[in-house]
Ligand binder design. Structure first.
Ligand SMILES: *Cc1c(COP(=O)(O)O)cnc(C)c1O
Length: 363
């Protein structure tokens, strides 16, 4: 069942996601990996992605209990981590029943865990704020938090974790500052550690440790602004495509679309693709944003509308109504498209709206 009969669809290449997961594991051969499938697997469909990875994934990571229960209800039995922990004490009961591991990032969550009476030992990942300054225990507070947790009779596995603010900048020393702060917080404690997101998996081997947390790389987008180490081997997992629904010849001085942002400077052939910002294509895409017609590169011209957008067909020979238009995917990296709207591939993927059918493909 699809919500729309438009030619627009997001093809999801499940084999590419499996390939990218294996690549993450190959980067950190001695670590286990939590495949991050929060936010509906970055827009790729959490259930289908998790089912494709389940035979190999050491575990999954999601943002909240609701996302985790969706996976459990679809038959996923792998370990699942709640990346922000629980938002109320009641959720510990749900997490206990569904065997969900949880991050503990603040004293309030710690109190809730200690006061809980779970049926089986709770798995907790204590988050240290090594320099992102968003959530987590200050390095100086970690030892006491750990001591309270580890003294608790209903605690199972305890992992120490942190998150990097600038791991996508391989030349920037701040990741080293965070590694050092994390190391000092831990002291001589020998417990499993987890630090690395996709950027750190690819660029900071010293951060690999016991558990890696690949997210964006699973979906085939580079976490780096410029092609970075290892990112070249990633396979794009989403191809967003639509079709040409109009072609017209315009003359010099003719404006195109809302507010006439683009004005033809010569005789031009202008195409309209059935996709717009209501589908998740960024409205802020500038004139010149790459777009592919029948596999050939062209450019966006004029403002993106809600359901349609306009593109330059002047130099594309033999373009016909119904021809395939790729917004991002195997011809065009989502990261490159994102840059033209001052954003990142993460936002493009998670912004795909409900009316875009996801079509699953192997291969
Ligand atoms: C989302 C998230 C990740 C994955 O990050 P990517 O940059 O997508 O690899 C890893 N760890 C935590 C705590 C996260 O919230």
């Amino acid at each position: 069942m699809t919500l729309s009969a438009r030619p627009l669809r997001a093809r999801i290449h499940l084999d590419a996601i499996l390939h990218n997961y294996r690549l993450a594991k190959a980067c950190a051969p001695s670590a286990r990996a939590l495949a991050v499938v929060k936010a509906n697997a970055y827009g790729h469909g959490a259930v289908r992605v998790a089912q494709a990875l389940a035979p190999e994934a050491d575990g999954f990571a999601v943002a909240c209990v609701g996302e985790a229960l969706e996976l459990r209800e679809s038959g996923i039995c792998n370990p699942i981590l709640l990346l922000e922990g629980v938002f109320s004490p009641d959720e510990i009961t749900l997490a206990d029943r569904a065997a969900l591991a949880m991050v503990v990032h603040c004293p309030q969550q710690l109190d809730w865990v200690l006061a809980a009476r779970p049926a089986r030992p709770l798995q907790c990942w204590i988050k240290i704020d090594s320099g992102m300054h968003r959530v987590g225990f200050a390095p100086g507070d970690f030892q006491q938090a750990y001591a309270r947790l580890s003294a608790c009779p209903h605690l199972g596995l305890v992992v120490a974790m942190t998150h990097f603010a600038r791991a996508d900048e391989p030349e920037h020393p701040y990741t080293l500052v965070q590694l050092d702060a994390f190391g000092r917080a831990l002291g001589s404690l020998e417990i499993p550690c987890s630090l690395a997101n996709s950027a750190a998996i690819l660029a900071w081997p010293q951060a690999h440790r016991d558990w890696i947390r690949p997210g964006i790389m699973l979906y085939g987008a580079s976490p780096f602004a410029d092609a970075g180490a290892g990112a070249a081997e990633l396979l794009p997992a989403m191809t967003l495509e639509s079709a040409l629904i109009s072609i017209r010849e315009l003359g010099p001085g003719d404006p195109v679309g809302y507010a006439g942002r683009f004005v033809c400077d010569r005789p031009m052939r202008v195409g309209v693709a059935a996709v717009g910002y209501a589908d998740g294509y960024p409205r802020h895409a500038k004139d010149g944003t790459p777009i592919a017609v029948n596999g050939r590169l062209s450019r966006v011209i004029g403002r993106v509308s809600m359901d349609m957008m306009t593109l330059d067909l002047t130099d594309i020979e033999h373009a016909h109504l119904g021809d395939r238009v790729e917004l991002w995917g195997r011809t065009l990296a989502a990261t490159d498209v994102a840059r033209w709207s001052d954003t990142i591939a993460y936002q493009l993927f998670t912004g795909i709206s409900r009316r875009v059918p996801l079509v699953y493909e192997h291969g």
